[in-house]
Each structure stands twice: as structure tokens, then as C-alpha cells.
Design a protein around this ligand. Sequence first.
Ligand code: NAD
Length: 325
Amino acid sequence: RAMDTQQQLEQRELGNTGLKLSCVGFGASPLGKVFGPVSDEEAIATVLEAFKPEFELSNFINRYYGGTLSEKVLGKCLNALGVPRDQYIVATKCGRYKDGFDFSAKRVTKSIDESLERLQLNYVDILHCHDIEFGSLDQIVNETIPALQKIKESGKARFIGITGLPLDIYTYVLDRVPAGAVDVVLSYCHYCLNDSSLEDLLPYLKSKGVGIIYASPLAMGLLTENGPPEWHPASPEIKAACKAAADYCKKNGKNLSKLALQYSLSNKDISTVLVGMNAVWQVEENVSAALELQASGKDEKTLAEVDAILRPVKNQTWPSGIRKS
Ligand code: NAD
């Protein structure tokens, strides 16, 4: 995979894992049809596009999206493409299921076997505990993470991570587990044009030695011309501001999604930015956006203009989880 570095996506170290990830990662949730229909042919073509040499795909998927469908479709794609296992990185999740959350040791231990079967793989590189704000954080600390540790020892997952929306879940857990027990965190919707609240937490996360994965640079569709899906949890005010930003960009011949992805990519403390992709054109556009950023930097002028439009809703979020605050 030797390439001209100008043409190759930057690779970044993931915390202390020793893994090097492409700065753009492939979020497979759209393969689970959460953003609309996708044919098998389109799914395979999209994953194939992601395997182009410059992409060095890192795959992030989970059993929950589309009720395990994203895992099945990705498994089928990887199998159809026959790429050697050591040439890509796959992560999946546990603890969140179609019928609710279950972070018990028993369930997560069963879960990894089910995931591996659907993915048609012997191991995943990263196993995340999915959206822990919906569980008891004390159970995560005392039961789930020790269970994941055993899965790690068994070789079915190389590294373990935690994901969720509220930022205080990370400090709660990382302050209470032994050093090195959690390898990675996956934060989403907090380092994008409309909400950069993750920034303040980055020094803490680095001090804990965890790798930082950031997902949803397009704020789960808010920062796209087509707008978010029906189920998007943002308030009408946030949706309206993001739509105004998209309209402004369109009118001025700019692409809000490109601007948004470049913004998330520009912080090098973030090892990889996961974008959900279900079409070849999206892979092409997102890789080009990253290469353009590497070559010529951010579009500061448009960023400032869009920032002004989004300012009234800046860092506003939505509730997630079972706790009151
Ligand atoms: P995203 O912000 O990446 O947006 C995805 C949407 O943008 C999809 O509709 C996609 O088709 C569209 N899109 C992609 N590239 C585009 C482009 N160039 N132009 C216009 N539209 C484009 O949100 P996401 O998919 O929710 O997040 C990415 C990944 O991160 C997911 O697939 C998932 O794997 C992960 N994730 C995890 C969690 C969690 O663990 N709790 C939460 C959110 C996301």
C-alpha cells in the first residue's frame, strides 16, 4: 500500500494501542439502513471504494444499527471482497440491543460471539461498550469492563472502548477503572461545527492515555444539504440553524459537509473521525475533503461565516441516557 503521501490519508496513532488509523474512518451504521434504504450492491461498492489504497479503512460498526443489519452487511462485504484480515481494522459494540440495554457480563460475553459470527471474523480490533449513559455506570466499572477485559484476554477483541453522548460519563468511568483497563473512547456529536464541547475534555482523556475516536462529524446528518433523518434528536432550533448554514453554503458554492468533516479532522488529538457512509460518492467526497485539508488547510473564511450562523445554538445538545442531569 505504498503511496505518494500527498495522496494518502494521514494515519494517526490511537492512544496507547499501537494501532494506526486512517484519520477518516468508515461508519457502517448507514449499511444498517438507519439513514434510508441501501442495496447490497451499493453496500459492497461503498466498502470496496473505502478499500482504495489511500483510504486504509478503519471500520466501525455495531450490532444495534438496523438491528444487527450493519454487521451482517459489512461481514458480507468484507467476505465478498476477500481483503486480508490484517489490512483493515474493525470495531463493533455491545450492551445495546433491539430490545434495550444490557451491560451484564453474561450478555456482553455472548454478544461478542454473535457479532463475530455475523461479521464472519475471528476477532474485532475494538469492542465498545455502547452508549453507557443508558446503563448503571457503576455496573460498567465493576462488571462490564472486567468482562470485556476477559474477552480481550481470549483474543476475540484486541482493545476495548466506551461510547456515549454525555461527556461526564468518560470522567466517571476513567476515574474509577485501573489504568489501561479502557483503551479507547468514542465520542460523537461534540466536535463538530455546531458543538465543540469535547475540546475541553481532550487534555483529560490524553492524560488517561486513552485513544480518542470521534464520530458523527456531520452531526448525524444535521450538517448535510439533505438534512437530518426523521429520528434526529436535536431541537427545532438546532435543526433550523444547521439548515440555515447548509443553505448559506449552497448559495455560496460551498459544501457544508466538507467544511464540517475538515473541522473535525483538524484536531490531531482525535485519532480518527468516523463518518457514516452508504454510497460511493460519499466515500469519494470525504476522502477528497481530508486530502484537500492535508494539502491546503481549512477554509477559514467560510468557517467563520458558518460559525456566525451557528453561534446562537453553539454547544447546545440534547438529552441522552437515564440520569436526570
Ligand atoms: P455522520 O455525522 O457521519 O452523518 C452520516 C450521514 O451523512 C449519513 O446520512 C450519510 O449518508 C451522510 N453523508 C456522509 N458523507 C456525506 C457527504 N460527503 N455529503 C453529504 N452527506 C454525507 O453520522 P453517523 O453516521 O451517525 O456517525 C458516523 C459513525 O459513527 C456511525 O456509522 C457509527 O458507526 C458511529 N457512531 C457511534 C455512536 C455511538 O457509539 N453512540 C453514535 C454516533 C455515531
